[in-house]
Design a binder for this molecule. Sequence first.
Ligand code: 5GP
Ligand code: MG
Length: 177
Amino acid sequence: REKAVVMTAEDMERVLRRIANEIIERNRGLQDLIILGIQRRGVYLASRIRKILLESEGVKLPKGELDITLYRDDLAVLSDEPIVHSTSIPMDVSGKTLVLVDDVLFTGRTIRAALEALMDLGRPGAVQLAILVDRGHRELPIQPDFLGKTVPTAKSEVVEVRVKELDGEDRVLICEK
Ligand code: 5GP
Ligand code: MG
């Protein structure tokens, strides 16, 4: 059940431009940067950020993807934990600055799993995190470097991120589960 719109298409556009600009400020010259989207919607947000960086700086950054979903523990001994199913990264990450992009940050466990997988691939020079919506309820000390918007939520609510590539529109809503 939809409760409130927290970002319109224009808000999303503005926020992605701001995040792209903050990435430029933090990483002058955009050298050795790789933009990594987390499946599924993070991949579309990552590709929009790359497009803005190409248009405004004329730099075409390499991209990659991480596929991370919750592992359901059928025995219910452990609670569900995110696991990395696959990584698709075009080059050696050693010494590179990796910018992880995801739609929503919640407990932080997905990013923790992503970091662990990246460390297995090599030794990045730095890892930065870009997030569209921080909905709170963190369980680990993980914070975004680049953030679209903080949206306080109840645990009974979910943030619905719609992107036009998949959902036919750009919009962020709060919904009751
Ligand atoms: P975390 O691992 O931080 O608990 O959850 C973050 C991951 O789960 C992200 O990949 C995000 O896509 C997904 N996620 C968690 N909560 C929400 C939510 O309210 N809305 C959406 N769209 N994704 C969520
Ligand atoms: Mg996700």
